[in-house]
Design a protein around this ligand. Structure first.
Ligand code: HEM
Length: 422
């Protein structure tokens, strides 16, 4: 499916449910055959307004970073499984050490205040451009930033394709990105044909990949994959790093302990060596801080599955062809699995940690996020360099976290920096 088709895939309906997942999206066209074949009732709930369904309520809670209340409110009325309707569309080293150091040198050192979120975003976007397409040139990266951001902000919108709507702008921006990627694909194909060595990046992998049927991927597939990874790979890690900085500032004792942990690792490995994967694994408390950040503010608030066979859940029939939406937040904020769920407490990840499938920021099962280890590496390397060189306080400790379509600090997380002399 192309990106534009993905944007057009607007006829999803929303159902919610508690506990495990808990919310379900299904297609407008409900399968009448499966309805006849089962005596079980459909889940209770409301489809909301004609056409709009309950989209506006869903988006309202998203914007206020309260998406789980959309589910919880309905769970309290209908029980753990319910139906609703919504028209949201979803589009679908070492080098990092060096980049992290020069990023801090250029943007943080010598400053007493920075807006952390946009800077981290730029860093993560740059890393993604480098690793996916070997685009190291800052100007080229900047050229992609704006259309990319327009595309992302038009993702979860009412699918109204009128000039000026965010949705329509997102489609134009996605097409623009596709055109640029097409030029780079052609350039890379020419290099391949002329026997030039290819850079070791995702674009080369996709271009040389051969399917089971012996055919290469189409250009459309390649462009969609790059765009998907650019999206999946940088906004998520940006958010987690930014919010980890926020939680550290709000919890000075944990912040001190994290600093001591990183300092010890630095001294053990030597100042001039890059952080290795083995070093990252020693960052136990720092990782627990990141995990707790992922629990409280999962960048991906949920994900979809399509029902391929009618099944029963909690005494209800879930028909074939419905779309399921499982909500990460509803699980992470469930007091049954996490005591005092709203409290920032990295110690809950000590020892065996949470029960299986209760901590699911990267999803689970066959479609679990394939970038989770990479994300861990990038976040931990960057966090290490920041913690080693700076301490910080929040300019606004009450800054709101909003969601559009991923959570982010509304003011860009301004922080006061105090350099540490390493
Ligand atoms: C903190 C960072 C990240 C978080 C929280 C995150 C979270 C997720 C989640 C929840 C899913 C859906 C899983 C499911 O449906 O079961 C997903 C899918 C995916 N993620 Fe990530 N992700 C992160 C970073 C990355 C990175 C760095 C990459 C790539 C460079 C990446 C690539 C993908 C891809 C390609 C998918 C689709 C997998 C599929 O459908 O089979 N993600 N991610």
């Amino acid at each position: 499916m192309t990106l534009a088709e993905a944007i057009d895939n607007q006829r999803a309906l929303f159902l919610g449910a508690g506990i495990l997942l808990l919310s379900i999206i299904f297609q407008l066209w409900r399968s009448s055959s499966s309805r006849r074949s089962s005596p079980l009732p459909l889940p209770p709930g409301s489809y909301g307004l004609p056409f709009f369904g309950e989209t506006l309520q869903f988006l309202y809670t998203q914007r206020r970073n309260l998406s789980w209340t959309f589910v919880d409110d309905r769970v309290s009325v209908y029980g753990e499984i319910f139906k609703t309707r919504s028209h949201c569309s979803f589009l679908k080293s070492c080098r990092v050490n060096k980049s992290a150091q020069s990023f801090l040198e250029e943007n943080w050192h010598g400053r007493s205040e920075v807006k952390a979120f946009p800077l981290l975003k730029r860093f993560m976007f740059g890393i993604a451009c480098e690793l996916l397409m070997s685009r190291y040139n800052r100007q080229e990266q900047e050229m992609l930033e704006e259309p990319f951001s327009t595309m992302v902000h038009g993702q979860m919108q009412l699918p109204i394709r009128l000039p000026g709507t965010r949705y329509s702008k997102a489609i134009t921006a996605a097409n623009l990105l596709h055109s640029q990627f097409q030029l780079w694909i052609e350039e890379r194909k020419r290099d391949l044909a002329s026997g030039k060595g290819l850079p070791d990046d995702m674009l080369s992998c996709l271009l040389t990949y051969v399917r089971e049927n012996g055919r290469p991927l189409s250009d459309e597939d390649i462009k969609d994959n790059i765009l998907l990874m650019l999206f999946a790979g940088h906004d998520t890690s940006t958010l987690v790093t930014a919010l980890a900085l926020r939680y550290l500032a709000l919890n000075p004792d944990i912040f001190d302990a994290v600093y001591r942990e990183n300092k010890e690792i630095l001294e053990e490995k030597g100042h001039d060596k890059p952080l290795s994967w083995a070093d990252i694994q020693k960052m136990k408390l720092s990782w627990r801080v990141v995990q707790e950040t992922l629990r409280l503010q999962p960048p991906s608030q949920g994900s979809f599955r399509k029902v391929i066979q009618t099944f029963e859940y909690n005494g209800f029939r879930i028909p074939n062809a419905w779309k399921l939406y499982w909500s990460v937040n509803s699980t992470h904020r469930n007091a049954k699995y996490f005591e005092e769920p709203d409290k920032f407490d990295p110690s809950r990840f000590e020892g065996a940690g949470p029960a299986p499938y209760t901590f699911v920021p990267f999803g689970g099962g066959a479609r679990m996020c394939p970038g989770n280890e990479f994300a861990r590496m990038v976040i931990m390397v960057l966090l290490h360099h920041i913690v080693i060189h700076f301490s910080w306080t929040l300019v606004d400790p009450h800054e709101i976290i909003t969601v559009d379509p991923l959570p982010f600090p509304a003011k860009g997380l301004p922080i006061n920096l105090v350099p540490r002399y390493v």
